[in-house]
Design a protein around this ligand. Structure first.
Ligand code: NAI
Length: 328
């Protein structure tokens, strides 16, 4: 009952070993891609994360090596070629819900940090600088917040924003009746963009949502608005967002996910020359906050991710139904 983990980090071992002592869990630090797929030879199950590549070539190599189940230890599955997996008879499971609070609360952390500049204040005071110059923020109460995607995470985010006294607008393919009853107003996307002081993205990445925020949609936003993205990097056209920040059309940007994150995020690159010019530019802007995909990173979420993933793997080995299987 052996399982190979790709892209594993020390915290993966901590949480998965805590709950999975009945299984033979092997951890590789390597990301899954065309070069590393052959490491899985002889493993019926592999466990992958957000930046592992599961395209047709990789899946074919996995299949040839005997892999039959891909267990994603995350919610999003935009990195998996599901038709190719189905064609090869490889089943794919994910963790559809672990802690929507973890990600929604992290989006609020980005918002409050960008607004009240606590990251700058922390450094100033440690440096003996007690000046308030250029730390001015704005009251959240009374502001309009636009939420794109009101599933599990977006719903929690809307509720928190209501608690701050904000007007909350939403865009989704399906309106959430509970949120509507709580006063959240569903609008077409362009209307939401035009009316919101703060916009937060909580929809999945797919063909409809790729570059949802682009040159044209940025143009519809209020000048100086704040954009938050804790969904997936490619929801935003990074080049267009950089131009909008440079022109002042976009006032603030808080991102926990980044279009080219697979080459950077989750690794210590502090001793390297980083060759990604867009991230270097973004991190040089005073009104931009970038974090490396840590929205999910709470005790509760890590425990739930390990529990759910290991239960799916056990169900597979015991020939039981896979309740978290992704079907096309
Ligand atoms: P969910 O499936 O509960 O909600 C997604 C919502 O987006 C649904 O209400 C759906 O109808 C809506 N949606 C789908 N297509 C849309 C479109 N074209 N336009 C507008 N809305 C659309 O998913 P959940 O759990 O709320 O997660 C949302 C996303 O957050 C995930 O897909 C994932 O990419 C990201 N995520 C990020 C994490 C992080 O650590 N930063 C951790 C977990 C998830």
């Amino acid at each position: 009952m052996n399982v190979l983990f790709y892209s594993s980090q020390p915290y993966d071992k901590t949480y998965f070993n805590r709950f999975g002592s009945d299984l033979d869990l092997q951890y590789a630090e390597a990301q899954l891609n065309a070069q590393t797929a052959r490491l899985a030879k002889g493993f019926p199950v592999i466990c992958a994360f957000v930046n592992d590549q599961l395209n047709a070539t990789v899946l074919e190599t996995l299949k040839a090596g005997g892999t039959e189940l891909v267990a994603l230890r995350c919610a999003g599955y935009n990195n998996v070629d599901l038709p190719a997996a189905a064609g090869l008879g490889i089943r794919v499971v994910r963790v559809p819900a672990y802690s929507p609070h973890a990600v929604a609360e992290f989006a609020v952390a980005l918002l409050l940090t960008l607004n009240r500049k606590t990251h700058k204040a922390y450094n100033r005071v440690r440096d003996g600088n007690f000046s308030l110059d250029r730390l001015t923020g704005f009251d959240l109460a009374g502001k309009t917040v636009g939420v794109v995607g009101t599933g599990q995470i977006g719903q929690v985010f809307c509720t928190i924003m209501k608690g701050f006294g904000c007007r909350v607008l939403a865009f989704d393919l399906i309106a959430n009746r509970e949120l509507e009853a709580a006063g959240v107003e569903y609008l077409p996307l362009l209307d939401l963009l035009a009316l919101s002081d703060i916009i937060s993205l909580h929809c999945p990445l797919n063909e409809q949502t790729r570059h949802l925020i682009n040159q044209e949609t940025l143009h519809h936003m209020k000048r100086g608005a704040m954009l938050l993205n804790t969904g997936r990097g490619a929801l935003i056209d990074t080049a267009a967002v950089i131009s909008a920040l440079q022109s002042g059309q976009l006032g603030y940007l808080g991102i926990d996910v980044y279009e080219q994150e697979e080459h950077l995020f989750f690794y210590n690159r502090s001793e390297e020359i980083i060759r990604d010019e867009q991230i270097m530019l973004l991190t040089s802007f005073p009104n931009v906050l970038v974090t490396s995909h840590q929205g999910f990173f709470t005790e509760e979420a890590l425990s739930e991710i390990a529990h759910t993933t290991l239960n799916s793997i056990r169900a597979y080995f015991n020939k039981q139904p896979l309740i978290h299987e992704i079907r096309r």
